[in-house]
Design a protein around this ligand. Structure first.
Ligand SMILES: Nc1ncnc2c1ncn2[C@@H]1O[C@H](COP(=O)(O)OP(=O)(O)OP(=O)(O)O)[C@@H](O)[C@H]1O
Ligand SMILES: O=P(O)(O)OC[C@H]1O[C@](O)(CO)[C@@H](O)[C@@H]1O
Ligand SMILES: [Mg+2]
Length: 478
């Protein structure tokens, strides 16, 4: 088996030794591979001079920063891509890197003057309360911040109600609760009112927890704050149970949702197995991406076919869903289907009014693919097998998979994301996101994350794994 070890210690890797069955061989990778360090906006870009302070962790009576504890803003980086094709011309272009998240030895806020605001927007996701809790506890314990406000009910809460003052006592068990104790909402984004409220209330650190829409709003808030030259930092912590935000490895809460989905799939399997020609149909979340369906399918092994928005499917004819199910029912007597909510939307008949329907944030309101599929399955069977029984049991656990507390691994993830956000904010970064890249915490420009989508790549290995687990059709009409 070949292994590779970089020979150069400076960031321009020139050679690598590859150990092959014939012994080590040194390969010249490229004369020089420049590193492109992604710039994260900083308060000092538009406000100067800005006073700096030593990190109060230096004085913490219980905690003694060791050598290397503080990260360097210039040399501690996380690479965007760890998978490389050494033979590709792209390999010789440049390596994109992000600032590594963590404490800096100088900070840009006097903790006694920090007024932090935390807001949650969009749909629920397991772990929102953990992030809030850890923001409060982290700001309080690590940096000695005492004014930490919870903005109620999403973006509209900045200008439409009073915030709640939070302290560690108040939030101490929030990580055990699903949902968001601050409440959330869709819509209500009024840029001028929000930024004016931030100014009027004297917030100088704003922590925004939300999905793709929320992050697009956060970019606008950041830009307006910069235009008004306010000493206010803005950080986004991506929250998306669908895992539809790009660049980051995954969103917090996603693993919990996949775990919860197993229960629905197991129930569908039992129902299907216990009926004559039983079909268990499970709808999972995923408006534009099928990550939950994909991961739940891979981990459950009870699924015969997984339908996601990124892979169009069809019902009738050769290579279609009905033909496939016919074989499965004949061979096994039962089948389990998992469908992501955004799959098949183009195939469901809808009225003109339904075509226009949007939620308060402007997201298209989907029709229920599970209800439609169940009815199509029954029509097909009654037409082609009028004498045989069929049972279709449809399970819709959509809200059950996201309205639960985070599992242990997501709770840990939420904690580290919150602390990463705090350290970055204290270091003066703004207009940024704290996120996981290749297993390490990094600071990424908000602007970049807000437009980065994360579709399932049906051409890569992960989707091939699904196909090898289910042996389902590829739905490419031949
Ligand atoms: N392009 C945008 N510009 C400004 N604000 C936006 C934009 N898109 C959405 N928002 C606001 O962000 C908030 C959340 O948006 P949305 O309801 O789309 O949820 P989300 O953040 O995408 O989360 P989810 O993953 O649950 O859909 C809402 O208050 C909405 O008005
Ligand atoms: O909370 P609501 O408005 O019903 O929205 C549900 C949507 O929210 C999400 O959970 C996240 O975007 C989607 O999977 C789902 O379509
Ligand atoms: Mg969204």
């Amino acid at each position: 088996m070949a292994s590779q070890s970089p020979q150069s210690t400076n960031p321009t890797i020139a050679t690598a030794t590859v150990t092959t069955p014939d012994g080590p061989t040194t390969t010249t990778l490229s004369p020089s591979i420049p590193i492109k360090l992604q710039t994260v906006p900083h308060l000092s870009d538009y406000l100067h001079p800005l006073q700096t302070f030593p990190n109060p962790l230096d004085q913490n009576p219980f905690f003694h920063p060791s050598a290397g504890f503080y990260l360097s803003p210039t040399s501690d980086v996380v690479f965007r891509h760890v998978i490389q094709d050494l033979s590709s011309p792209d390999f010789t272009s440049s390596h994109l890197a992000y600032h590594r998240a963590g404490p800096r030895n100088r900070i840009f806020f006097d903790p006694s003057r920090v007024r932090a605001a935390v807001v949650t927007c969009g749909g629920l996701c397991p772990g929102m309360n953990t992030v809030i809790r850890e923001l409060v506890v982290g700001l309080w314990e690590l940096y000695g911040v005492r004014e930490i406000y919870g903005v109620r009910a999403g973006y509209r809460g900045f200008y439409s109600g009073d915030p709640v003052l939070m302290d560690p006592k108040m939030v101490h068990n929030w990580h055990k609760r699903g949902g968001t104790a601050l409440e959330t909402s869709r819509g209500g984004f009024d840029l001028d009112k929000i930024v004016t409220a931030i100014e009027d209330r004297g917030y100088n650190q704003v922590y925004i927890i939300g999905g793709d829409g929320t992050l697009r709003g956060a970019v606008k808030i950041f830009e307006e704050i910069r235009r008004r030259k306010l000493n206010v930092g803005i950080v986004g912590i991506p929250k998306t149970v669908d895992n539809d935000v790009g660049i980051i490895d995954r969103s917090f809460g996603f693993e919990t949702a996949v775990e919860m989905a197993q229960q629905a799939i197991s129930a569908a399997y039992v129902e299907a197995e216990s009926a004559v020609n039983g079909i268990g149909l499970v709808k999972l979340m995923g408006r534009s991406t099928g990550h939950i369906a994909l991961h739940a399918t891979l981990s459950s092994r009870d699924v015969d076919c997984c339908l996601i928005p990124e892979n169009d499917f069809y019902l009738e004819g050769k290579g279609g869903l009905f033909e496939f199910l016919e074989h499965r029912l004949k061979n096994n007597g039962h089948a389990v289907l998992v469908v992501a909510e955004g799959a098949g939307q183009d195939m469901i008949p809808r009225t003109d009014a339904q075509k226009q329907e949007r939620d308060e944030s402007g997201n298209l309101v989907f029709l229920d693919v599970g209800v439609w599929l169940k009815s199509e399955l029954k029509k097909w069977w009654d037409r082609d097998h009028p004498k045989d029984l069929i049972t279709v049991k449809y399970i819709d656990p959509m809200y059950m998979i996201r309205a639960v507390p985070a599992n242990a691994s997501d709770n840990l993830f939420c904690t580290l994301l919150a602390h990463s956000a705090i350290h970055g904010m204290m270091a003066g970064y703004t207009g940024f996101v704290a996120g996981l890249i290749n297993g390490s915490y990094a600071y990424i420009p908000l602007e970049e994350v807000a437009v980065a989508k994360n579709p399932v790549n049906t051409a890569d290995h992960k989707w091939a794994w699904v196909r090898s687990v289910t042996n389902q059709p590829d739905f490419l009409r031949s």
